[in-house]
Write a protein that binds this ligand. Structure first.
Ligand SMILES: Cc1cc2nc3c(=O)[nH]c(=O)nc-3n(C[C@H](O)[C@H](O)[C@H](O)COP(=O)(O)OP(=O)(O)OC[C@H]3O[C@@H](n4cnc5c(N)ncnc54)[C@H](O)[C@@H]3O)c2cc1C
Length: 393
């Protein structure tokens, strides 16, 4: 690459970086995207099980976890779900609405990556691929970015290199190192949208590996009614991933395995009218067989059904309607879909994503302390924050 001087250098060719690059180039800025992967948009390509849950029908500050959730308002108001849908329509990319307003591509997520790269290329954005950013310096009023492919300079530097989640798809700690270098506060990072690990006491749940059922998962005053999946080491599935965003070590997550049914009312009525029928007979139509048996083994008192008292039956039913799950931890960044915490929003302008006291430096996307709940909100934050910065870099 001959030219090494640009108006804008963007570190990371993910969804936030691509949106920002397109918008900045539209304004006539010369833009270089530096991306360590072979192609841009690596996480977009694997998102939503390969179909990309690119946004949600409704997107509000309540859909985000942050020390300051109101920070998202300004960027969402300027580039929201309808704006992204307009782009897909322009490129004739079919999409569909699934449960809870989640919007997915109908075909491969690669079409969305190709669209974003095309939007950028048409505006003259340049890409340096397989380009690993190693260090940053501020020299007079310019940023000097050193990489394995040489050094580049620009007045504006956009940090769009994502968070720590899913390092298999290119995540590095570069963004946090740059924040530290420029004395920008960072809220402690943690895995978000991550499976919750069993303690030793719960290892027998591994026997239920592969079972998935709709349950109500409650944590921090919010209930998510969605799929929960048993795996060999953890509970996973959308409802658990949602709860993982607020869960803290030592806390319980309450799970209602039969969210539509008041089990005690049902079983007590059956016991009154039919006496000694085994409880498994009533549970079998309600729960997967293996799970019903494991729950009986764990929680049903060692008495015959006829001798089971009202109190004992109530306790058993509560173990299904209000089960207290104490996770040992999450499965870590390797299995997490996103990063909680990140660059403190109080250091940034919510209008421009610029660092308030470091001229020309911007942070967008996952590296910022804004984490979307499951359902397309993380990508929407990437689009919105990228768009916002793109108007000012
Ligand atoms: C398996 C999986 C599925 C997901 N599905 C969805 C979904 O369906 N919907 C949704 O809303 N969200 C989803 N997410 C979350 C979403 O993908 C991220 O929140 C989003 O990609 C963040 O965008 P970003 O641009 O900030 O960072 P990233 O997408 O992480 O992009 C950052 C880029 O920077 C590059 N980079 C990092 N370090 C360097 C360096 N030193 N030098 C050069 N380049 C560097 C990386 O290679 C990467 O391409 C999913 C995440 C995962 C892991």
């Amino acid at each position: 690459m001959g030219n090494t001087n640009f108006n804008v250098l963007i570190l990371g060719g993910g969804p936030a970086g691509l949106l920002c690059a397109w918008q900045a180039a539209r304004r006539g800025r010369s833009v270089l995207v530096l991306e360590r992967g072979k192609r841009p948009g690596g996480k977009i390509a694997i998102s939503g099980g390969g179909k990309c849950n690119f946004t949600n029908r409704t997107c509000m500050e309540d859909d985000f976890v942050s020390a300051n959730p109101a920070f998202v308002r300004s960027a969402l108001a300027r580039f929201g779900p309808a704006d992204f849908l307009r782009l897909l329509e322009q490129y004739h990319i079919p999409w569909e609405e699934r449960e809870q307003g989640r919007l997915f591509g109908v075909k491969s997520a690669i079409y969305i990556v190709d669209m974003l790269v095309d939007l950028c290329s048409r505006q003259g954005v340049r890409f340096a691929l397989k380009c690993d950013v190693q260090s940053i310096e501020k020299v007079a009023d310019k940023y000097l970015v050193k990489t394995n492919m040489g050094a580049y300079r620009a007045h504006s530097l956009v940090v769009a290199c994502g968070g720590m989640a899913y390092p298999q798809a290119g995540a590095t700690d570069l963004g946090y190192r740059i924040a530290e270098q420029f004395h920008i506060p960072v809220i402690t990072t943690k895995p978000g949208l991550a499976p919750l690990r069993y303690t030793k006491q719960d290892y027998d749940l591994g026997e239920l590996t592969g079972i998935s059922l709709t349950a109500g998962v409650t944590h921090a005053g919010k209930t998510f009614t969605d799929q929960v999946l048993f795996t060999d080491r953890s509970l996973s599935g959308p409802a658990i991933l949602q709860a993982s965003c607020t869960w803290q070590p030592g806390e319980a997550v309450t799970i209602n395995w039969l969210p539509e049914i008041d089990l005690f009312a049902l079983l007590w009525e059956k016991k009154q009218s039919r006496g000694a029928t085994p409880v498994t007979k009533w549970l079998d139509p309600l729960l997967p067989n293996r799970m019903a048996r494991l729950w009986m083994r764990r929680y049903y008192p060692a008495v015959t059904p006829a001798k089971c008292s009202r109190e004992q039956l109530l306790q058993f039913c509560n173990s299904l309607n209000q089960w207290q799950f104490y996770p040992a931890g999450t499965l870590g960044f390797k299995k997490a879909e996103t990063t909680l915490g990140g660059v403190d929003t109080r250091a940034l302008s919510s209008k421009t994503m610029a660092v308030k006291n470091v001229p020309g430096l911007y942070f967008i996307g996952e590296v910022v302390d804004v984490t979307g709940r499951l359902g397309g909100y993380n990508l929407q934050w990437a689009w919105s924050s990228g768009y916002a910065a793109g108007q000012f870099v």
